[in-house]
Design a protein around this ligand. Structure first.
Ligand code: E4P
Length: 215
């Protein structure tokens, strides 16, 4: 499973790259707003840093406007993937862009039939938001299982990118189900490495090492 970092913070992206845990980057308007920086400047920096796919989200809500923004973002680098919301106009835009060979990530997916439409439109990735479904007492990971099954039934090439990841169990379940990618906030990437028995075990080893006679 590939690990993308869900962040527009260049500092976090650098840290994830240094850990070897950044196969790609996803951004969204809320993540960009958190940086307090202009998106073109942030996107240029991320493209220079990260060789993997980098999702840049359009903000137009009509297909023509989305395609216009997509063509502009695609010029920033070959690894730029255009993030398009899963609305009817978005599907129209994905169809145009996939026919042009522009890679797309269809975002804000909350149902398996929405994901089926994204694949039929030719999306490169679909992003089901597991955490936001869990927030409203629906089963986010059950949606991932359904989408994976449907895509396998029909051999769709669209990759399942698990989004809105909130904790390590989402990552574990995504890997168990065989999702293609999980996009993970940096704080969760750090959490993945942690275990209290690792910490207490290390503490004991270091304490015992002090008792070993040194020459
Ligand atoms: C996906 O690409 C989105 O950027 C993201 O995963 C949304 O997560 P949130 O629900 O934590 O905002």
């Amino acid at each position: 499973m590939q690990f993308f970092i869900d962040s527009a913070d260049v500092g976090e992206i650098k840290k994830a790259l240094a850990l070897g845990l950044c196969d790609g980057v996803t951004t969204n308007p809320s993540l960009v707003a958190k940086t307090g920086r202009a998106f073109d400047e942030v996107l240029r920096e991320i493209v220079a840093l990260a060789p993997g796919p980098i999702s840049a989200e359009v903000t137009a809500i009509d297909a023509e406007g989305m395609v216009r923004e997509a063509r502009a973002y695609a010029k920033y680098g070959d690894q730029v993937v255009i993030k398009i919301p899963l609305i009817v106009e978005g599907l129209r835009a994905v169809k145009v862009l996939s026919d042009e060979g522009v890679k797309t990530n269809v975002t804000l997916c909350f149902s398996a039939v929405q994901a089926l439409l994204a694949a039929k439109a030719g999306a490169t990735y679909v992003s089901p938001f597991v955490g936001r479904l869990d927030d409203i007492s629906q089963d986010g990971m059950a949606l991932i299982a359904d989408i994976l099954q449907i895509y396998r039934n029909y051999d769709f090439d669209t990759k399942v990118l698990v989004a809105s990841v909130r904790h390590p169990v989402h990552v574990l379940e995504a890997a168990r189900l065989g999702a293609d990618v999980a996009t993970i906030p940096f704080a969760v990437i750090e959490q993945l490495a942690k275990h209290p028995l690792t910490d207490s075990g290390l503490k004991k080893f270091l304490a015992d090492w002090e008792k070993v006679p040194k020459k």
